[in-house]
Design a protein around this ligand. Structure first.
Ligand code: SF4
Ligand code: SF4
Length: 306
């Protein structure tokens, strides 16, 4: 299973519509979306234009502290207009003209600008949403997968949000976990606690190597995703494993060489990057050539993930 990650923080409906159109035309059957009604609607529009069938949706939310629900904010009193952040954003959320400006709807919280700024003029703010109303809406409107990004220290928030997800009774719940803040033992302990309330094999563990790091197509980039998947696999849990975080066209090759029995591969940064030059065109919907080029690139990536 190939999953296109539009981005838990991607609230740009037009970009989601275009990405979903391209990747559903190319054969992708599963799309990861932010928990917003207009984003689900945009994704469905993309599918309706491509006329793809059998498409499924996953909606992602995060606990407090997880970078997937954070947004970059410029502190202009500290900004020196040095332009180091110019062109650094992988999602075109940060534009530099006379000064840097962030389009919050497009910011996916990757932190690249945060780390690059020499003046510490960029902070990351959490954008927590009330999921108790929006997630039941999603399930009632055809979403089969609900995903929780759990890399934060707020256990109470994790328990609260995991209960909301389970109360929605999705076909699959998904746990997205990486080792940025925790070691292997704590990651596994969290997963064991969480799946104890679920039936066997109704949970997907998304083994996130390095979140949002798929900037290039090398084995090195995807190494940590495979390593994280191996840790989950070795724990022998009643879950399906999906690789993510630095995934690209090399992921399946490396995973197979390492004996990983994966259920799927979720690709975000790399999948969006290879079609960006086409989907960002102002005349994208009229430009059939650009659509075909983008769809072919997407097909070539999907094929590698079988
Ligand atoms: S890198 Fe930092 S200081 Fe430089 S322009 Fe960007 S926000 Fe301002
Ligand atoms: S670089 Fe990352 S954190 Fe900064 S604006 Fe772009 S998406 Fe947001």
């Amino acid at each position: 299973m190939f999953k296109l990650v539009c981005g838990a923080g991607n609230e740009d409906a037009e970009s989601v519509k275009r990405l979903v159109y391209v990747y559903s035309s190319a054969g992708c059957k599963l799309f990861d979306l932010s928990a917003r009604k207009e984003i689900l609607a945009a994704a469905k529009e993309g599918v309706s234009i491509s006329k793809a069938t059998g498409v499924k949706y996953c909606v992602s939310v995060g606990i407090k502290g997880d970078r997937h629900i954070s947004k970059a904010v410029i502190e202009y009193d500290k900004c020196t207009n040095c332009a180091v952040c110019n062109n650094i954003c992988p999602n075109d959320a940060l534009n530099f003209e006379e000064k840097p400006v962030i389009n919050s709807a497009k910011c996916i919280g990757c932190k690249k600008c945060f780390y690059a700024c020499p003046s510490r003029a960029i902070r990351m703010d959490e954008k927590d949403v009330d999921i108790s109303e929006v997630l039941p809406y999603m399930v009632n409107n055809g979403v089969e997968f609900l995903e929780l990004h759990i890399m934060g220290h707020d256990k109470a928030d994790l328990e609260k949000k995991w209960k909301i997800i389970n109360d929605c009774n999705p076909k699959f719940a998904s746990i997205c976990i990486d080792r940025e803040n925790f070691g292997n033992a704590e990651c596994l302990e969290r997963i064991r606690e969480m799946i104890s309330v679920r039936d066997p094999f109704t949970t997907i563990v998304q083994a996130d190597g390095i979140p949002m790091s798929g900037a290039d197509d090398t084995f090195k980039t995807t190494l940590q995703a495979v390593a994280m998947a191996e840790i989950i696999q070795n724990a022998n849990l009643p879950v399906y494993i999906m690789l993510s975080g630095g995934t690209n066209s090399k992921t399946a090759i490396l995973a197979k060489q390492c004996g990983i029995n994966y259920w799927g591969i979720a690709i975000g940064s790399w999948a969006r990057k290879i079609v960006k030059e086409y989907v960002n065109l102002p005349d994208f919907w009229e430009n059939k050539n650009a659509q075909i080029m983008a769809i072919n690139k997407a097909k070539n990536l999907i094929i590698t993930c079988v």
